[in-house]
Write a protein that binds this ligand. Structure first.
Ligand SMILES: [Zn+2]
Length: 448
């Protein structure tokens, strides 16, 4: 321990907001890229860093590996009232790849520039990892207990569906979640700035639902042959036609509860009317966050990869494409039968990976606690529910009956286009936002 650096001190006076920036920067500098094929550096180094930060304040966490290098850290703290059901607070340690040439800053440099920490994971989600870690350290230094028994997890492998992280832990070590009824994690709790007739107003988007995932592979079969001979059973043509039908399909709109409540609330706050057929003006009021919302108005099916053929003058026997499908809660069967129908008789549809859609109510004690913690730091703001078009480790925890929310609180400047930075370039987080988040999360953990 370096006694010259006050943020490394283990004295009770060090608050979470005093060291959250250092921890976030340290984590960004540890490359934990997840390429999805097992070829990356793994999460072990980041996990060992977390273990070290915990050990420094006298906490013994457990480091678990699903495979060599794929490390998850778990720690359970007793709550003020152990008779209440437990809470899980989790982040993931891996990040998606970053192509340094596309960035204005070194993706693993954690450079501080324009009041922000730059780097892969600054938004997804070493920011929240740092807020969690800074608060655990504060609990340990001050002898404070969280309100409820709390299981803290720093997962491996979220960016590849959690096979080596959350799903593995749920399958092999579910005892860590015994008695846990609810969870909080990423992609929610950040602010967007809305224009209202009275001026600007911040709204925090609390994530209460996630679409489900169906990663499908289309395999068209045909008749192989010479490239000079007419062939009406060409696999590539059959695949192309199937892709064309899927792309042209208009998925019916359905407004699930969280989406409807978000749209109604934003409409009221911004005085922007909308109808179910005309949302454009309303979506525009959400700025960069509208992409997330657009993805939650219906099921989606995007073709993302295509493969066939091996010689200019040979008609191949088969052709494949992969489709990234996302479905609203309750829509999985509908989506699958629609895709099969659109694919047609010569194109097989295989499921490569699937995961559930989840939806929790925007009400109850936990939601109220999240709201109050935000409003204590940012009075006058609105707190609204929303559905995430992507997925998080909350899907895995839902298999244990745990209700998951996205609550990684960040008060963001109005001009920071935040949502597109998830998996985007020039990912960065304002240091003031990190400090705000550390305060809100600490308040929440003590009062929830
Ligand atoms: Zn993430």
């Amino acid at each position: 321990m370096n006694h010259n650096d006050p943020t490394r001190s283990d004295t009770p006076q060090v608050r979470p907001e005093d060291e959250v920036v250092r921890i976030c920067s340290d984590l960004i500098r540890i490359d934990s890229t997840n390429y999805g094929d097992g070829s990356g550096p793994g999460e072990r180094a980041a996990a060992e860093y977390v273990m070290g930060e915990l050990a420094e304040v006298g906490l013994e966490a457990e480091l678990l590996e699903s495979e060599p290098g794929r490390a998850t850290v778990v720690l359970r703290l007793e709550g003020q009232d152990p008779t209440r059901s437990g809470l899980a607070v989790h982040g993931h340690l891996d990040v998606v790849p970053a192509n340094a040439d596309d960035w204005q800053a070194d993706p693993f440099g954690a450079e501080e520039r324009d009041g922000c920490i730059w780097g892969r994971g600054a938004v997804d989600m070493k920011d929240m990892d740092a807020m969690i870690l800074a608060n655990i350290r504060h609990f340990a230094r001050t002898g404070t207990k969280p309100a409820r028994d709390t299981t803290f997890v720093f997962f491996a492998d979220e960016e590849a569906g959690g096979t080596h992280g959350s799903h593995w832990l749920v399958d092999h070590h579910p005892q860590w979640f015994e008695g846990v009824s609810e969870a909080i994690s990423e992609v929610g709790g950040y602010s967007v700035t809305l224009a209202t007739p009275q001026g600007e107003r911040r709204a925090y988007l609390l994530q209460t639902a996630e679409k489900g995932i169906a990663w499908l592979r289309l395999r068209a079969h045909g008749r192989a042959g010479h490239g000079s001979v007419p062939n009406d059973e060409n696999a590539i043509v059959r695949l192309a036609a199937a892709i064309g039908r899927i792309a042209a399909h208009e998925w019916p709109r359905e407004y699930i509860a969280s989406v409807r409540e978000l749209l109604d609330s934003v409409s009221e706050i911004t005085a922007t009317p909308y109808s179910d057929d005309d949302l454009e003006a309303l979506l525009d009021t959400l700025g960069g966050a509208q992409g997330f919302v657009r993805g939650t108005l219906q099921d989606t099916a995007n073709v993302t990869m295509l493969e066939s053929g091996y010689k200019h003058n040979v008609i191949p026997q088969s052709a494949t494409a992969v489709v990234d499908c996302r479905f609203l809660p309750g829509h999985e069967d509908d989506l699958m039968s629609t895709v099969r129908e659109l694919a047609g008789e010569h194109v097989e549809v295989e499921v490569h990976h699937r995961d559930v859609a989840i939806e929790a109510a925007f009400e109850g004690d936990l939601v109220e606690a999240m709201k109050q913690s935000l409003l204590r730091e940012d009075p006058g703001a609105a707190v609204l529910p929303y559905c995430l078009s992507g997925g998080t480790d909350n899907k895995a925890l839902s298999r244990l009956g745990i209700r998951g929310y996205g609550f990684a609180p960040l008060r963001l400047p109005a001009d920071l286009d935040f949502a597109p930075m998830f998996h985007g370039i020039d990912e960065r987080v304002p240091t003031a936002s990190l400090q705000f988040g550390a305060r809100v999360l600490g308040d929440f953990l003590r009062t929830c």
